[in-house]
Design a binder for this molecule. Structure first.
Ligand code: ADP
Ligand code: GN1
Ligand code: MG
Length: 365
C-alpha cells in the first residue's frame, strides 16, 4: 500500500488516495483499483504496473496507447458517442508524462476507472459474444484510417506463429524443468501443425491479405460491457495495438469466447468449440468490419480462429516447459491445463471446419 501510494502521488489525481486493491484478472500486468477522496467526493482510478519482462519499451507502449486513445476519442466526438466511457482516458503524471518509472525500472500508468461496466472471462450468452464481435470489428474499422507508422511494435513478432513454433521446439529440446516426458501427447499433437503455422504469414507475404492496425489481444475480458444493458462500452488492454491481421482479432475472440468453459478448465469434456457462439461473434464482427474485407480476408478469419488457438496453446505449453516464466500462474500445472484446453478447441474446430467457413461467407453476403 505504501509503495502504491508513492507511485499514485506522482499522478495528477483528484484528492488523496484512501485505498488500493488488486483488480481484474489479466495474465500480464499488475492492476489495482485506487480510490481517492476529495472532500465529500470519491474518485476511482486504475493503476497498472506494466510487465517489463513482456514489454521492454514502456515509453513506446504508452506513446502507442496515447495515440490510439486520442484517435478513438476523436471518432467518438465525431459520431456523438460516449466520450467518457467509450475509450480509455490516460491520467498524466505530474511531470507531464503519460507514465512514471519506479526505482526498479517498472513503468506505471493510470487510467480513469470506467463506471457501470463489467468484463467476463467466460462467455455468458450468445448476445454477449455478438456485442464483443461488434466492438472488436468496430475497433478495427475505426483504426482503418490510423497511421500505423507512428506505432512502436511493443512485442516484435507477437503473432508470428512460425516463430512461436520455433520457440516451442526450442522449449521441448531444452526441457529446462524435465517436464517434457510427462507431456508427450500434447507435444505430439502440436508437432502435427508444423506446416499449418505458416498459413497466415504466407498469405500476408504473398499479398493475399492486407496488414492492418489491429488490437492483437481480443480476449473477451479485454472488452468492458454495460452492467445494465450488456452493450459493449470500451475496448481495453491496448498494449498490443500494432500492425496485424483481421484474422488475429477475430481469432483470439473465438479462442477465448466460443469456448463455454474456462481457459484453464481441467475437465476437457466441458471445453468445446460452440458453433452457435462462433456464429454470434462472427455476425457482430462482420456487421462492423465486413464491408472493408474482401473474400480472401473473410476466409482468413476461421484460419485465424484456429491459428490463435493453436498459437496460444503452444505459448502456454512452451511456458510450462520453460518453468512458468511468462504467464502468471496460480497453481501447479496451470499453464499445462491452459495448453490442453486450447488444443481441445483446435481439435474441435477441425470437426466443424467447413461450417466455420460457410458461416463467415454467408454472413458477408
Ligand atoms: P492485462 O494486460 O494484465 O490483462 P488489462 O489492461 O486487461 O491488463 O486490465 C486487467 C483488468 O482490469 C481488465 O480485464 C478489466 O477487468 C480491468 N480494467 C482495466 N482497466 C480498466 C478501466 N479503465 N476501467 C475499468 N476496468 C478496467
Ligand atoms: C495474455 O494480458 P491478457 O491476460 O489480456 C496475453 C495474450 C494471451 C492471453 C491468454 C501481452 O492476455 O496474448 O492470448 O494472455 N497477452 C500478452 O489468456 O502476452
Ligand atoms: Mg487484459
Amino acid at each position: 500500500m505504501e509503495q502504491l501510494r508513492k507511485i499514485a502521488e506522482q499522478f495528477d489525481l483528484a484528492g488523496t488516495m484512501v485505498s488500493a486493491g488488486e483488480f481484474g484478472d489479466g495474465h500480464i500486468n499488475d492492476t489495482y483499483l485506487v480510490v481517492c477522496r476529495d472532500g465529500e467526493e470519491s474518485h476511482e482510478y486504475v493503476l497498472q504496473r506494466i510487465n517489463r519482462n513482456v514489454f521492454a519499451d514502456g515509453k513506446g507502449l504508452m506513446a502507442n496507447m496515447q495515440a490510439v486513445t486520442d484517435y478513438t476519442r476523436k471518432i467518438l466526438e465525431r459520431d456523438g458517442g460516449d466520450v467518457e466511457r467509450g475509450t480509455l482516458t490516460i491520467v498524466p503524471a505530474k511531470n507531464g508524462e503519460s507514465c512514471v518509472f519506479d526505482e526498479e525500472g517498472y513503468c506505471w500508468r493510470v487510467t480513469h476507472e470506467i463506471k457501470g461496466v463489467y468484463s467476463a472471462s467466460v462467455v455468458e450468452n450468445a448476445g454477449m459474444l455478438r456485442e464483443t464481435g461488434r466492438a472488436f470489428g468496430k475497433f478495427m474499422r475505426d483504426l482503418d484510417g490510423f497511421d500505423a507508422s507512428v506505432l512502436t511494435e511493443t512485442i516484435p513478432n507477437f503473432h508470428h506463429t512460425p516463430k512461436r513454433f520455433e520457440n516451442f521446439k526450442r522449449a521441448v529440446a531444452e526441457d529446462r524443468m524435465g517436464r517434457a516426458a510427462g507431456v508427450q501427447a500434447e507435444i505430439q499433437f502440436a508437432m502435427g501443425y508444423e506446416e499449418f503455422v505458416h498459413t497466415l504469414v504466407d498469405q500476408l507475404e504473398g499479398g493475399v491479405i492486407p496488414l492492418r492496425v489491429t488490437h492483437n489481444d481480443t480476449k473477451i475480458n479485454n472488452l468492458l460491457l454495460d452492467k445494465e444493458t450488456g452493450k459493449a462500452i470500451c475496448v481495453i488492454d491496448l498494449d498490443t495495438v500494432m500492425p496485424g491481421l483481421a484474422a488475429y482479432d477475430f481469432g483470439d475472440s473465438i479462442r477465448s469466447g466460443a469456448n463455454p468453459a474456462d481457459e484453464d478448465e481441467r475437465d476437457l469434456s466441458k471445453v468445446t468449440m460452440d458453433i452457435d457462439l462462433y456464429e454470434a461473434f462472427a455476425a457482430g464482427f462482420l456487421s462492423e468490419a465486413g464491408a472493408i474485407m474482401k473474400k480472401e480476408e473473410l476466409l482468413s478469419l476461421p484460419i485465424g480462429a484456429k491459428m490463435m488457438t493453436f498459437e496460444c496453446g503452444i505459448r502456454f505449453l512452451s511456458d510450462y516447459l520453460d518453468g512458468d516464466v511468462y504467464f502468471k500462474v496460480h497453481r501447479e500445472g496451470h499453464n499445462l491445463d491452459r495448453a490442453r484446453t486450447q488444443f481441445k478447441m483446435v481439435a474441435d474446430m477441425e470437426k466443424v471446419w467447413d461450417r466455420m467457413n460457410e458461416i463467415v461467407l454467408n454472413l458477408a453476403k
